[in-house]
Ligand binder design. Sequence first.
Ligand SMILES: [Zn+2]
Length: 96
Amino acid sequence: MIEVEKEDLEQSTIEVENCCFCRKPTAFWYKPKDVACCLECAANAEPGDVPDKQTWCRRERIAQNSDSIEQALKRASSLQWPGWASKYEEQYETAS
Ligand SMILES: [Zn+2]
């Protein structure tokens, strides 16, 4: 369980971002690492599971460039949570 804070979207220029674990759009953020994390994933995650901002941004870019969101999510769900993103990344890097 990690503590996430809701971004006040009306007060902020930040747009809704994809959760760093499941990629669902969320207004919740894990402030110590400045990454988006939805409530469901926050309930199951440990601080050590949370990627740093650089890693998260890179994964988002890989996911957005390589597949449609549906394909990315389908592939993600076939891999084990919460390590899916790094496995996905490895597969992509091996394939390219
Ligand atoms: Zn999530």
